[in-house]
Design a binder for this molecule. Structure first.
Ligand code: NAD
Ligand code: UDP
Ligand code: UDP
Length: 336
């Protein structure tokens, strides 16, 4: 008797035409400030399915409430220092506390998140053949001796200071990315993000823009940490998200600086917030914390040339957009 072949197994849904044209994207740290804005932008494209993985250390479900229950969206409570099994095409790896108060709170955990977390996401990228983007930081330049900072600058970082869990953690994360790229052929992208601000920042996370805006709204003195002449360059979050997506979709591994080159001293920032939000508020100086970088400004030549990207929103335009969100969350209406 002739043997009959069993019928072929039904192809998994994943291989169907519908899913092939879709892009499944993992965003680690997607419940955080930058991550949730990135998710908003990715979800606008109907061909994207988005999976967020977050342990809610500094992020919250509230930032994603408009997507919970959406058929193209999934939210998973998970810590990236543990193994993760999902099938995805791209990974935006953001998970890591970004504010000094939070990353110094449990420095050993911050190192684990940067090192073991990034290793796990690279292992995942290797297993499923996904492209992975790491959100590194301008802090890899430490207290820079070169100004503004180009990507070719190797940095001036204290390996044993209170900020090292973050700075050195991200430096190792970048090393891991390049070693997986060279050793296993993983497609990598590295963004070096400079100070970013906008709606949904944690109100009490101690970062300077969120502090000043909350203080101005609450009519409390703006706390400029000494000497006040230290500088930062602030990028509005929609510009940042645009830069990250261009980097992911482009052909260049990076590292590429993504930030706004407009540079301000902390005293100038305080004066600007005062002028825009509360002209009667007091500005006072307070003690600083150790190893605070004295100056920081991105050289964005590479981002302009390789990604066709540059920021559009000036500080004076971005601050009022953030004020609205802070007033709502603090429950303080504007004075008439
Ligand atoms: P954020 O703290 O708002 O978001 C980080 C998110 O990661 C949070 O939702 C948090 O709960 C989650 N997370 C932290 N540890 C985790 C872990 N072990 N497992 C799973 N989830 C974890 O910070 P952000 O400002 O949105 O920063 C996002 C990324 O951008 C970070 O990687 C940060 O280092 C980088 N970055 C931010 C800035 C900035 O100015 N905001 C500057 C440079 C770099
Ligand atoms: N990993 C993961 N998800 C995966 C594949 C790997 O979380 O889908 C983790 C795995 O637990 C390991 C890390 O990624 O700790 C590095 O994986 P890789 O395969 O590169 O290294 P190995 O497992 O051989 O040490
Ligand atoms: N800073 C300040 N007042 C505050 C909080 C911060 O003057 O209430 C200063 C801080 O000393 C630093 C700069 O603002 O020079 C940026 O600090 P932030 O914590 O926002 O970010 P990072 O140091 O990571 O750039």
């Amino acid at each position: 008797q002739a043997t009959t072949k069993p019928p072929p197994l039904p192809s998994p849904l994943r291989n169907s035409k519908f899913f092939q044209s879709n892009m499944r994207i993992l965003v680690t740290g997607g419940a955080g400030f930058i991550g949730s804005h990135l998710v908003d932008r990715l979800m606008e494209n109907e061909k994207n399915e988005v999976i967020v993985v977050d342990n809610f250390f500094t992020g919250s479900k509230d930032n994603l409430k408009k997507w919970i229950g959406h058929p193209r969206f999934e939210l998973i409570r998970h810590d990236v220092t543990e193994t993760l099994l999902v099938e995805v095409d791209q990974i935006y790896h953001l998970a890591c506390p970004a504010s000094p108060i939070f990353y110094k709170y449990n420095p050993v955990k911050t190192i684990k998140t940067n090192v073991i977390g990034t290793l796990n996401m690279l292992g995942l990228a290797k297993r499923v053949g996904a492209r992975i983007l790491l959100t590194s930081t301008s802090e890899v330049y430490g207290d820079p001796l070169v100004h503004p900072q180009p990507e070719s600058y190797w940095g001036n970082v204290n390996p044993i200071g209170v900020r090292s869990c973050y700075d050195e953690g991200k430096r190792v994360a970048e090393t891991l990315m390049f070693d997986y790229h060279r050793q296993h052929g993983i497609e990598i992208r590295i963004a070096r993000i400079f100070n970013t601000y906008g709606p949904r920042m944690n109100i009490d996370d101690g970062r300077v823009v969120s502090n000043f805006i909350a203080q101005a709204i609450r009519d409390e003195p703006l706390t400029v940490q000494l000497p006040g002449t230290q500088t930062r360059s602030f990028c509005y979050v929609s510009d940042m998200v645009d830069g990250l997506i261009r980097l992911m979709e482009g052909e260049h591994t990076g590292p590429i600086n993504i930030g706004n080159p407009g540079e301000f001293t902390m005293l100038e920032l305080a004066e600007t917030v005062k002028a825009l939000i509360n002209p009667n508020v007091e500005i006072k100086t307070v003690e600083n914390t150790p190893d605070d970088p004295r100056q920081r400004k991105p050289d964005i030549t590479k981002a302009k040339e390789l990604l066709g990207w540059e920021p559009k929103i000036k500080l004076r335009e971005g601050l009022p957009l953030m004020e609205e969100d802070f007033r709502q969350r603090l429950g303080v209406a504007e004075k008439k």
